[in-house]
Design a protein around this ligand. Structure first.
Ligand SMILES: NC(=O)c1ccc[n+]([C@@H]2O[C@H](COP(=O)([O-])OP(=O)(O)OC[C@H]3O[C@@H](n4cnc5c(N)ncnc54)[C@H](O)[C@@H]3O)[C@@H](O)[C@H]2O)c1
Length: 248
């Protein structure tokens, strides 16, 4: 599956959804970007146009021509109408990290979306097989975990559920590559939240909190030490802040 002429639905236009829509639109997909809240869609559009990692900034940095930026924006339809996502080739879900919300979201779309639509969850860590079990298309259900800010980070953590077909894996890997990401396919797990990246990241956060609680160093000091030691762009606490409120 290549980006050109591929129809994407992105559900949830918050921190992640707007960036995902932008990346896929730049790569040539047409994108229907859904949110229940019209004011979120307004901010999402503003973020795509003028945000720190948005199209205008990409043009200023010489990464994108003005024509390509305008064409990408034209390819995104910001909408509150869920029907507009029914004929997507791939439906990417980026709604809040609550299993009950995600399960009912997928149940509803399983009734209305085209049979051929692949369902891809950007969950940070819920079992893909558990979400897929709420649908009649477990073979066309996959995890595609992005990192924030989506336009910058290369992550494409692709999670194969117990029934995900090889064809689905191949299509999503190819789409991720054609949108400039580095896909790595991993196995699903139903024993622990977090796939690979967040399991390891949160183990570090737990240790960082223990260091704070033992009075060894404060949060800013820990962030400084970790960025200086490992050349990370931010430390464990800075990362949590950026992931929840965006990278202003
Ligand atoms: N923030 C991060 O750094 C990050 C990174 C990777 C993955 N994730 C995951 O991505 C998902 C979204 O996270 P976020 O930070 O973008 O959340 P967010 O709260 O910024 O955005 C979620 C949006 O979903 C909308 N929404 C809720 N129910 C909906 C529905 N049924 N249909 C359409 N829209 C709906 C909300 O109105 C909200 O605007 C979560 O599963 C999260 O764990 C987040």
């Amino acid at each position: 599956m290549d980006s050109k002429n591929t129809k994407i639905g992105v559900a949830g236009a918050g921190v992640m959804g707007s960036g995902i829509a932008q990346v896929l639109a730049i790569s040539g997909c047409t994108v229907a970007c859904l949110d229940l809240d019209a004011s979120v869609l307004k901010s999402a559009r503003k973020n795509v146009e003028e945000g720190r990692f948005g199209l205008q900034s990409a043009v200023e940095l010489g990464k994108l021509s003005i024509e390509d930026a305008n064409a990408a924006l034209e390819r995104i339809n910001f909408t509150t109408e869920s029907e507009e996502l029914n004929d997507s080739d791939v439906l990417i879900e980026a709604i809040p990290e609550r299993l009950d919300l995600k399960v009912s979201f997928w149940k509803e779309f399983d009734k209305t979306a085209s049979d051929s639509t692949i369902f891809a969850s950007n969950s940070s860590g819920f079992s893909i097989s558990a979400m897929a079990a709420a649908t009649d298309r477990a073979d066309r259900f996959i995890g595609w975990h992005w990192a924030s800010p989506a336009p910058v980070m290369k992550l494409a953590e692709i999670i194969r559920g117990s029934k995900t077909s090889q064809e689905t894996v191949d299509k999503i890997v190819s789409l991720a590559k054609s949108s400039g990401k580095n896909p790595v396919v991993i196995a699903d797990s139903d024993t622990k939240w977090g796939y690979v990246t967040n399991r390891i990241y949160f183990a570090m956060v737990e240790e960082a909190l223990a260091v704070v609680n033992q009075g060894i160093a404060n949060r800013d000091e820990i962030d400084q030490l970790m960025t200086d030691c490992f050349r990370w762009p931010t430390g464990p606490f800075g990362m949590t802040k950026g992931a929840s409120s965006g990278w202003k």
